[in-house]
Design a protein around this ligand. Structure first.
Ligand code: ADP
Ligand code: MG
Length: 361
């Protein structure tokens, strides 16, 4: 009888898993990262979140271009000195990935422009206000045309043919981190989760038999302009030139730079991208911000991006027809909506997360 009772409990436990929701927030990458885990018991969820948080701390240290003591800082110093340096398998895949994204974006996404980011002051958690950088220095740096392709890697040792290269993974590291976070949660027995770093998030499973419903921020007033449903395994990344900027003489200079001129982009306000590869979605959101109103559809196509929504300064929304089919606008928020041509031709929609797999010792 006791055996039957025990078996019954076991069956009930497996048939109806506890409907818990665990929410926790961590501060990392200079921002708050929210975890939502559904359908797992609390102890498992908390244990998994703690493990991901440890990974985040390592990413923050070793992928940061300016926090001393990390691998990327040491590599950048070596490059500036004209020296070669061995890089660990925790950093190497990001370099390879960055090369790919630079190619796919026709050079608009360029993580080799760390020195330009530095001159503008965007390396600081709080960019300094009220002063312009030395524009002659900006022009001189841009003229040295730093590119990921200046780097060659042999047996894990990085050599740069250009001492002006300085790596800054800020344009896609959050995408890599959010993807790695949900992948780690999965290996730790979590089936349904969302890891959300504000401007970028990745999902796993569903939100309790429903898709995950997320808001896309209105760049004009910090409210929500539209909502979108995500399937498990999709990521949503938004880049904006409204959030981080240097203000001088009443002009706002955004933290997203045109690598060719070294100057901040000023045309678009925000770009949101959905893709199953979060690193690519993050890189593309940055690249399409640089591409601007004339070129974003072309660059989206060359990067294999189908779901894009752009909001400009006037509150006009431009979106691929595929994206429009997925979003619901908040009443009265989008002043005008313009559908672009479809972007999905020739793109394999079922592409899965496949990008980087930095190994964590
Ligand atoms: P967020 O800061 O919200 O993650 P992004 O993903 O758009 O926004 O990344 C912006 C950061 O990327 C900048 O702060 C800078 O470090 C870096 N960056 C700026 N311009 C470029 C560019 N053209 N290509 C690659 N990285 C860039
Ligand atoms: Mg980005």
């Amino acid at each position: 009888m006791r055996v039957v009772a025990a078996l019954l409990c076991f069956l009930l436990a497996t048939c109806t898993p506890p409907k818990t929701e665990v929410r926790e927030t961590r501060y990392v990458f200079g921002t708050l990262v929210e975890f939502v885990i559904r359908g797992a018991d609390e102890a498992t969820a908390k244990h998994a979140i703690a493990a991901v948080d440890r990974d985040f701390q390592r990413m923050h240290k070793d992928w940061h271009a300016w926090k001393s003591g990390g691998e990327l800082v040491a590599l950048n110093e070596a490059i500036a000195q004209g020296e070669d340096r061995a890089v660990s398998p925790f950093v190497l895949p990001l370099i390879e990935q960055a090369k790919r994204f630079e190619d796919m974006s026709g050079g608009l996404f360029n993580p080799a422009i760390g020195n330009l980011v530095d001159v503008w002051g965007f390396h600081a958690d709080e960019p300094p206000q009220g002063r312009m950088p030395d524009l002659a220095a900006v022009r001189a740096l841009a003229a040295q045309a730093p590119s990921m392709h200046d780097l060659t890697i042999s047996d894990g040792v990085v050599h740069s043919a250009n001492r002006a290269v300085s790596l800054d993974f800020g344009g896609f590291a959050k995408g890599v981190a959010m993807d790695m976070a949900v992948a780690k949660l999965k290996t730790m027995g979590i089936e349904n989760a969302i890891v959300n770093a504000g401007g970028g998030l990745s999902t796993l499973g569903d939100a309790g038999e429903r898709m995950w419903k997320l808001g896309i921020r209105d760049p004009r007033d910090w409210g929500v302009i539209a909502s979108v449903e995500l399937m498990g395994g999709e990521s949503l990344h938004t880049s904006g030139n409204y959030e981080r900027f240097v203000e001088a003489d009443g002009v706002r200079y955004s933290h997203i730079l045109n690598p060719h001129s070294g100057m901040p982009v000023d045309h678009l306000v925000s770009v949101s991208v959905i893709h199953t590869d979060g690193a690519l979605a993050d890189a593309a959101a940055t690249a399409l911000t640089v591409a601007g109103p004339q070129a974003w559809t072309e660059v989206a196509k060359s990067m294999g991006i189908v779901f894009v929504m752009v909001v400009d300064k006037q509150g006009t929304v431009y979106a691929s027809s595929e994206m429009l089919a997925r979003v619901t606008f908040e009443p009265g928020k989008a002043l005008k909506v313009v559908a672009s041509e479809p972007l999905s031709q020739g793109v394999v929609l079922s592409q899965m997360r496949q990008s980087v797999s930095p190994s964590i010792r």
